[in-house]
Design a protein around this ligand. Structure first.
Ligand SMILES: [Ca+2]
Ligand SMILES: [Ca+2]
Ligand SMILES: [Ca+2]
Ligand SMILES: [Ca+2]
Length: 332
């Protein structure tokens, strides 16, 4: 009887979660709502890599569908480093530069250097459209700063995605504190109005976990045609629980986890049925005790050494892992 009740509860939960299809996910928030990640994080260049940021810069791409012909804004939540949200080391002295790029050279399919994955490559090709440096500035603490307005055609056109691509670069130019922040793509500067069909992605994800032993974070790498295996790299996971790969064919494959200031690399085979969808990388925090302020870096490559994209806001675009498939698996 108790088992039956438990099965019923699980089914109800699964059916409920199955309604969260990509169509229901609204907005280009980065991190995306379904990722359950509180913040992106970027330390000042004088920081220690053992605090969870291995290179002190990070990139995000935004795609604007070609049918959208109005202006838009790239908003940064809590762009300052001070006050709420941020990670202090001594006193707040970090300065963070955010720069928005468009035009030729931005599209990471055509220009591999634009992905910013290799030390010494110029990831700033394209037209600099806007830039601002933030220190410890109470006026932007826990608040948004809006870059823009931008016209979609200022981006770099990508035929495959039928979208104009923009890039925002975040760099910790001085100091050692960790700047925690989020992005939002919006039709208006004063509110958060998403653009239908727009998307956000990166190749190297540097983020903060919730300070909650029950929390599970997700990231969704896209498996393009031709991929037979994936090399995952996680850095500075602080031995904080488990990292699982879930898909229509994988019910939770654990990957080797990093500890303090080190990296773990492993190869994950990919099935034909996983092509053209996103995998669900799940980050389950340690249950026994709380690992506080865990910042982690994750990146993936295919068997040819080509980097995979993580989509943060897959609305109307890339199909993500569908929870509905879990029901079928549970019922067999
Ligand atoms: Ca400091
Ligand atoms: Ca702040
Ligand atoms: Ca901040
Ligand atoms: Ca960490």
């Amino acid at each position: 009887m108790r088992v039956k009740t438990a099965i019923f509860k699980i089914l109800v939960l699964l059916i409920f979660s199955a309604t969260l299809t990509p169509d229901n996910i609204v907005g280009q928030a980065v991190p995306g709502k379904d990722e359950n990640i509180p913040f992106l994080v970027n330390f000042g260049r004088n920081g220690e890599t053992s605090w969870g940021d291995d290179d002190f810069y990070s990139l995000f791409f935004f795609t604007i569908p070609k049918d959208y012909n109005r202006q838009f804004y790239i908003k940064v939540f809590d762009p300052d480093c001070g006050g709420e949200n941020d990670e202090i080391q001594g006193l707040f002295d970090s300065r963070t530069m955010f720069s928005v790029y468009g035009g030729k050279g931005v599209d990471p399919d055509k220009n591999l250097a634009s992905r910013g994955l290799k030390q010494g490559e110029n990831y700033k090709q394209g037209n600099l459209l806007a830039s601002r440096v933030f220190g410890n500035e109470p006026q932007y603490d826990n608040k948004y700063y809006s870059f823009g307005p931008f016209n979609p055609t200022e981006g770099d056109y990508n035929e495959k995605w039928k979208s104009y691509i923009f890039k925002i670069v975040c760099e910790g130019i001085t100091g050692d504190d960790g700047n925690l922040y989020r992005y939002f793509l919006s039709r208006e500067s004063k509110s958060e109005l998403p653009i239908e069909g727009a998307n956000a992605f990166t190749y190297e994800y540097t983020f903060r976990m919730w300070n909650d032993t029950k929390s599970v974070a997700h990231i969704y790498p896209y498996v393009d045609t031709g991929i037979v295996s994936i090399k995952q790299r996680n850095f500075d996971w602080d031995d904080d629980g488990t990292i699982l790969v879930v898909s229509t064919y994988k019910q939770g494959i654990p990957v080797p986890i990093s500890n303090e200031d080190d990296e773990k690399i492993s190869i994950i085979p990919v099935e034909q049925a996983e092509i053209g969808k996103s995998l669900d990388f799940q980050f389950h925090k340690k249950k026994e005790f709380l690992v506080r302020n865990n910042n982690v870096v994750v990146s993936l490559e295919n068997q040819r050494g080509d980097a995979l994209q993580f989509f943060s806001s897959p609305i109307g675009g890339v199909p993500v892992y569908q929870p509905v498939m879990t029901i079928r698996q549970q019922q067999k």
